[in-house]
Design a protein around this ligand. Structure first.
Ligand SMILES: O=C(O)CCC(=O)C(=O)O
Length: 286
């Protein structure tokens, strides 16, 4: 990381790395995710991946991938996803932010098709509830991110904020689980306009949102999340009491003890898979 990038990270809570991925990498990510979307649509085997449809797809959507919002659990899938998660250049950057031992724990490909709604102002740390709370998001522009097509917006410096309270996103068409920070002024937010292949790294406490896609084409991004080895992830804690506390912190009204079938269903849906990508300051090969 250059001195300027380091300064930008410390001051703003994010940094843009232009031209991180080449066109071939962007195309491979796109094509694999289209293939997974089509397989899911046809009832085929999609392995461990989780395909989440747009709640209200654009009326003009025809192809399976045009009806998909996001595809989760990709970083451990051999091919372009794992190649990106284990990229030594990314590992070097993450090493400066998270130390010598880093895991990738979460991944999603976001299609953001025409007409798709954006995600309101939020902090990823609100969803994670991890200890320590210092995870890093890596948002790779697979297509360009323009003012019209629903880019990410960030609030510079907000990575120093605690985790804010939220309200549920009740817009028809919003993805399940979207929440919104309403107790903080976001007037100084700025759009992060990117070319395909540009990478945004951002702190889990950074307030960010994305706007709706008002263009005629998808705005695709590959998003990976990284944390230091040994981070406590409450959603993976075997203690049911910890899971109960985690679910309640997300606003879910759950009884204790958890009904066994409910606990099994919750655990089966967990999206986090902690995969070592850097150990003792060196890239772990995939
Ligand atoms: O890319 C988007 O539209 C939203 C992504 C986002 O805010 C997130 O992954 O936390």
């Amino acid at each position: 990381m250059t001195e300027l990038e380091r300064e930008s990270w410390e001051r703003d809570g994010f940094v843009v790395v232009p031209g991180f991925a080449d066109a071939a990498m962007c195309a491979a990510l796109w094509e694999r995710t289209v293939a997974i979307s089509r397989a899911a649509d046809g009832g085929g085997d999609v392995g461990d991946t989780q395909v989440v449809l747009e709640p209200i797809p654009d009326p003009s959507a025809g192809l399976p991938e045009e009806k998909v919002g996001k595809v989760f659990r990709l970083h451990h899938v051999p091919g372009p996803y794992a190649d990106l998660a284990h990229d030594p250049r990314l590992g070097e950057l993450l090493g400066e932010l998270l130390g010598d031992d880093v895991d990738c724990f979460l991944s999603q490909f976001i299609f953001k098709n025409r007409g798709a709604l954006g995600q309101p102002w939020h902090q990823d740390a609100w969803y994670f509830r991890m200890e320590p709370s210092n995870q890093v998001g890596a948002w790779l522009a697979v297509t360009e991110a323009t003012r019209d097509n629903g880019p990410l917006w960030v609030l510079p410096g907000s990575h120093r904020e605690p985790v804010h309270d939220v309200e549920a996103d009740r817009r028809p068409g919003a993805q399940l689980g979207y929440v919104e920070i309403t107790d903080h002024d976001t007037g100084d937010g700025v759009p992060v306009l990117l070319d395909p292949g540009d990478l945004l790294l951002f702190h889990a406490h950074l307030l960010h949102r994305s706007t709706d896609n008002a263009s005629g084409a998808p705005r695709a991004a590959m998003v990976l999340h990284f944390g230091a080895m040994g981070t406590h992830d409450p959603v993976l804690d075997p203690d049911p009491a910890v899971l109960v506390e985690f679910l309640r912190s997300l606003g879910m009204d759950v009884e204790e003890p958890l009904a066994p079938a409910f606990e099994v269903a919750v655990r089966a849906n967990v999206r986090n898979r902690w995969v070592p990508v850097r150990r003792a300051g060196r890239t772990v090969s995939r």
